[in-house]
Design a protein around this ligand. Structure first.
Ligand code: SER
Length: 319
């Protein structure tokens, strides 16, 4: 079979997607690639791993040719908060990296999955039940790269027939690899800190609702959308996918059901607060549900139980 390749395979999503794809399609059929981050031993031992730099097209093309790649999951990107600190680099990685992936896909006839984000919306977007098609005027460099990426993927499909597909992810919560500098990271950190120290200082203000999703649902979305038959789809890229919406007090309350003495206080970071305030509270995702059967398995309660159980085992701390 043609191989699958993942860029950003050492990152929060990629590290788990690589293992999920290897389990599904066979270890040797999934080429994990990374840039600078040291891959985990599990990733190295379970199948092929290559170092590439998406901003240097030949490093990517060489691996695509060598392994006869048919599908690229393009996950190498900078998240919102780190992008805001280094906007020029964020443009280079998020846009030139994607452009290189799409060009290689066009030449070698690969399908491409690209994640967009709630960050593709902005202050003038309706925040509740954010529609699939609505105002997209983000005021962060991350958002600018995400909207541009959605459009570029649509263009490569309509102009060149590249099989591009994608979703707009909410904040992703996971227990294998930490996220690398996003605005929704508080909802990951809170579980680590609750287990380690019984307390957490939140960098977003009380009452900040955001769309969130547990990683097993995100993995399911990425696999399902690439396996689905797209012939009757209205959209290709940037399907809204939603699972749960909560604010910091909601997640703290849920953690207290397991760790009753858990304490949370606040020290608001104005940069990340402004980003969060510009994003939806919850997206409307009927197009994904109707067109390729999207349906999440986890809500806040079931995610919290699973996160605390998995992290207690990983950190070797009983709660
Ligand atoms: N989780 C991302 C971030 O916070 C949003 O896509 O940057």
């Amino acid at each position: 079979m043609k191989k699958l390749l993942i860029t950003g395979a050492c990152g929060q999503i990629g590290s788990e997607l690589a293992m999920a794809l290897r389990q599904r399609y066979g270890n040797d059929n999934v080429v994990a690639t990374g840039h600078r981050t040291k891959p985990s031993q599990e990733l190295l031992d379970s199948g092929p791993f290559e170092f590439i730099d998406c901003t240097a097209v030949d490093t990517l093309e060489k691996v695509v040719k060598e392994y006869d790649v048919g599908t690229i999951y393009h996950l190498a990107a900078m998240l919102s908060a780190v992008a805001e600190a280094r906007p020029q680099l964020a443009w280079d990685v998020n846009i030139n990296g994607l452009y290189n992936v799409l060009e290689v896909a066009r030449k070698h006839k690969c399908a491409v999955f690209t994640p967009s984000s709630i960050g593709a919306f902005g202050p003038s977007t309706p925040h509740d039940n954010t529609p699939q098609e609505t105002i997209q005027r983000p005021n962060t460099i991350y958002g600018v790269t995400k909207v541009s990426g959605e459009l570029l993927c649509d263009y490569y499909h309509s102009k060149f027939g590249v099989d591009t597909r994608g979703v707009r992810f909410p904040g992703l919560i996971s227990n294998v690899t930490l996220p690398g500098g996003g605005t929704t990271d508080y909802a990951v950190e809170i579980y680590y800190e609750a287990i380690r120290h019984g307390r957490y200082t939140c960098f977003l203000r009380k009452g900040t609702y955001l769309d969130m999703m547990y990683m097993p649902d995100a993995l399911k979305a990425m696999i399902d959308i690439m396996e689905a038959d797209p012939s009757n789809w209205t959209y290709r890229n940037a399907f809204n996918v939603s699972a749960m919406s909560f604010e910091p007090e909601d997640i703290a309350r849920e953690v207290r059901k397991h760790i009753p003495d858990f304490v949370m206080d606040y020290n608001v970071d104005p940069v990340r607060q402004a980003i969060a305030d510009s994003w939806p509270n919850k997206m409307e995702d009927s197009a994904a549900r109707e067109q390729w059967g999207w349906k999440p398995d986890y809500d806040l309660a079931s995610m919290t139980s699973d996160m605390l159980e998995k992290l207690s085992a990983k950190l070797n701390i009983r709660t």
